[in-house]
Write a protein that binds this ligand. Structure first.
Ligand code: GDP
Ligand code: IMO
Ligand code: MG
Length: 432
C-alpha cells in the first residue's frame, strides 16, 4: 500500500478539507504535516459544518488514526479548543489523535512578533498574515536557540527553557516595535507563561507521541496513509510568491520533511483547485477581478476567510500558475472544486499564458515584481446557466461545464478525477 497526498495548488482554501474527509474512508491514517492554526479546513456532512485548523480532517471517522506530525507548529490553546468543540459535538477524540513530540510550539511571544512585524519590511504592501504566530514560530525553529518543541513541554527543564527565552524576548520585542507601537509591548511574564503552558501540557499529554517512528512503522506495515496539506503551493516558502507566502513548504515538496515519510512512498498526489482563483492577504494575483465579476464570485462562493473572515480576493482560473504548482508537487490527478459557483456566468475565462514586458511567456515568474507586471492572456469559454449543485454524475453536468473541465485538464496536462458541486460530502462527483 502506498500513500496519498492532498495538496492545494493555488493560494489556499481550495477545499482540501472536504476532499480529505471524502477520501478518509479509504485510509487508515490521516496526517497534517505543515502549517498551523493559520489553516481553516471546512467539512460539511449530515447538515453539520465543522471548521478545523490543526486537527486532521480525518477525525470524523473513529477508526482513522489522526496525526499532527513534526512539521506542524502547534498553538496548544487552539488545539485544545478544537478538541473541546469536537467532543461537545459527539466526535470521539482519544487515542485516535497523536501529536508529534518534534512539532514546534507557538508561545505568546510569537503572536507579539507577528503583530509587531505586520507592515514592517522592505516592501510597501504587507504580507497580511493570519496573525497566528506562524512565521515567528518557524523562524525560531530554524534559528534553534529560542525554540521549544512539543516534547520539551513534558521534560524537567521546561521551566528553565521558558525563563531563558522570555529573558531574551523581553530584550528583543521592544527593539522590534516601531515608534507607533513602542508603548504597546509590556514585558512577558515567564512564570505566568510557564504555568499556563504546563496546564496545556497536562491536558495534551495523552496525545504526545513519536509520530515519525509511528509513521515509519505504518509504512513498513503497508498501511494506507493520507497526507493533508495546508495552505496552497503558491504560498510555499521556497517555491511560492515569496515573500507573500507562508513559512512552510506547502507544496508537495513539504510532505517528507514535515512527516518523516520518504517521498518515494507517496504515489498518489491529488492537486486540489478551485474552478477559479482566490487569495487572502497581500501579494500579486495576475487574474484578480477587481470588479463586479470578482464580487459575483465572492458572493456565490461565499469567499470570506475561514480563519480571519477577511474577504478573499477573487479572479479567473490561472492555468499558468496551476500547471507550475502541479509539476512542482508531482500531481497525478486533479480535484476541481466549487464548480457550482461558476454557474450563471455567460462566459468563463482561463488564463493560459502571461505577457511580461511585451513578451509572451508560459512560465510562472520566480520574482513577485515580475509577477505583479504580468498581464494574463485569456481563453474564453461559454458558461452554463443551470444550477449544478444537485447533479451527481459527470455525464449529467451541462455540456459547457464538461467542456470547461476537459479544457482545464488539457491545459494543465493532468486528468480531473473529482468534481465538487457543493460543500457537502454528497455533492462530489467522481469522474468516469
Ligand atoms: P480548505 O482550507 O482548502 O480546506 O478550504 P476552506 O474550508 O477554507 O474553504 C473552502 C470553502 O468552500 C468551505 O466553506 C467549504 O465548505 C466550501 N466548499 C467546498 N467545496 C465546495 C463546492 O464544491 N461548492 C461550494 N459552493 N462550496 C464548497
Ligand atoms: P488553508 O489551509 C489561505 C496566507 C495568509 C497570508 C500568508 C501568510 O485554510 O488553505 P501566515 O499566517 O501563514 O504567516 O500568513 O498566507 N494563508 C492562507 N491563505 N488559506 C490558508 O490556509 C492560509 N494560511 C495562510 O492570508 O497571505
Ligand atoms: Mg481554508
Amino acid at each position: 500500500m502506498s500513500a496519498t497526498c492532498v495538496i492545494g495548488l493555488q493560494w489556499g482554501d481550495e477545499a482540501k478539507g472536504k476532499i480529505v474527509d471524502f477520501l478518509t474512508e479509504q485510509n487508515e491514517i490521516v496526517v497534517r504535516y505543515q502549517g498551523g492554526a493559520n489553516a481553516g479546513h471546512t467539512i460539511v456532512f449530515d447538515g453539520q459544518k465543522f471548521k478545523l485548523s490543526l486537527i486532521p480532517s480525518g477525525i470524523f471517522r473513529p477508526q482513522v488514526q489522526c496525526i499532527v506530525a513534526n512539521g506542524v507548529v502547534i498553538n496548544p490553546a487552539s488545539i485544545l479548543q478544537e478538541i473541546t468543540q469536537l467532543t461537545a459535538n459527539g466526535i470521539h477524540i482519544g487515542s485516535n489523535l497523536m501529536i508529534s513530540d518534534r512539532a514546534h510550539v507557538i508561545f505568546p511571544w510569537h503572536f507579539e512578533e507577528d503583530r509587531l512585524m505586520n507592515n514592517m519590511g522592505i516592501r510597501s504592501e504587507a504580507i497580511g498574515t493570519t496573525m497566528r504566530g506562524i512565521g515567528p514560530c518557524y523562524r525560531d525553529k530554524v534559528g534553534r536557540s529560542l525554540a521549544i518543541r512539543f516534547g520539551d513541554m513534558f521534560r524537567s527543564d521546561f521551566r528553565e527553557k521558558v525563563e531563558g527565552i522570555v529573558a531574551a524576548k523581553n530584550r528583543y520585542l521592544p527593539a522590534l516595535a516601531s515608534d507607533a507601537l513602542k508603548d504597546t509591548v509590556p514585558p512577558l511574564n515567564a512564570t505566568e507563561i510557564y504555568q499556563q503552558y504546563s496546564e496545556y501540557a497536562n491536558k495534551l499529554r495523552p496525545f504526545l507521541a513519536d509520530t515519525t517512528n509511528y509513521l515509519l512503522d505504518a509504512v513498513d506495515a503497508g498501511k494506507a496513509i493520507l497526507f493533508e496539506g495546508a495552505q496552497g503551493a503558491l504560498l510555499d516558502i521556497d517555491h511560492g510568491t515569496f515573500p507573500y507566502v507562508t513559512s512552510s513548504n506547502s507544496s508537495g515538496v513539504g510532505v517528507s520533511s514535515g512527516s518523516g515519510v520518504p517521498a518515494s512512498f507517496i504515489k498518489r498526489m491529488i492537486g486540489i483547485v478551485k474552478a477559479y482563483t482566490t487569495r487572502v492577504g497581500g501579494g500579486p494575483f495576475p487574474t484578480e477581478l477587481n470588479n463586479e465579476l470578482g464580487q459575483k464570485i465572492r458572493d456565490r462562493g461565499n469567499e470570506y476567510g475561514t480563519v480571519t473572515k477577511r474577504p478573499r480576493r477573487c479572479g479567473w482560473f490561472d492555468a499558468v500558475a496551476v500547471r507550475y504548482t502541479s509539476r512542482l508537487s508531482g500531481v497525478t490527478e486533479l480535484s476541481l472544486m466549487l464548480l457550482d459557483v461558476l454557474s450563471t456566468f455567460d462566459e468563463i475565462k482561463v488564463c493560459t499564458a502571461y505577457e511580461l514586458d511585451g513578451k509572451y511567456i508560459e512560465y510562472f515568474p520566480s520574482n513577485v515584481d515580475d509577477l505583479s507586471r504580468v498581464k494574463p492572456v485569456y481563453e474564453t469559454l461559454p458558461g452554463w446557466a443551470d444550477d449544478i449543485s444537485s447533479i451527481n454524475s459527470f455525464n449529467n453536468l451541462p455540456e459547457n461545464a464538461r467542456k470547461y473541465i476537459a479544457r482545464l485538464s488539457e491545459i494543465i496536462k493532468i486528468p480531473v478525477r473529482i468534481v465538487s458541486v457543493g460543500p457537502s460530502r454528497e455533492q462530489t462527483i467522481v469522474c468516469p
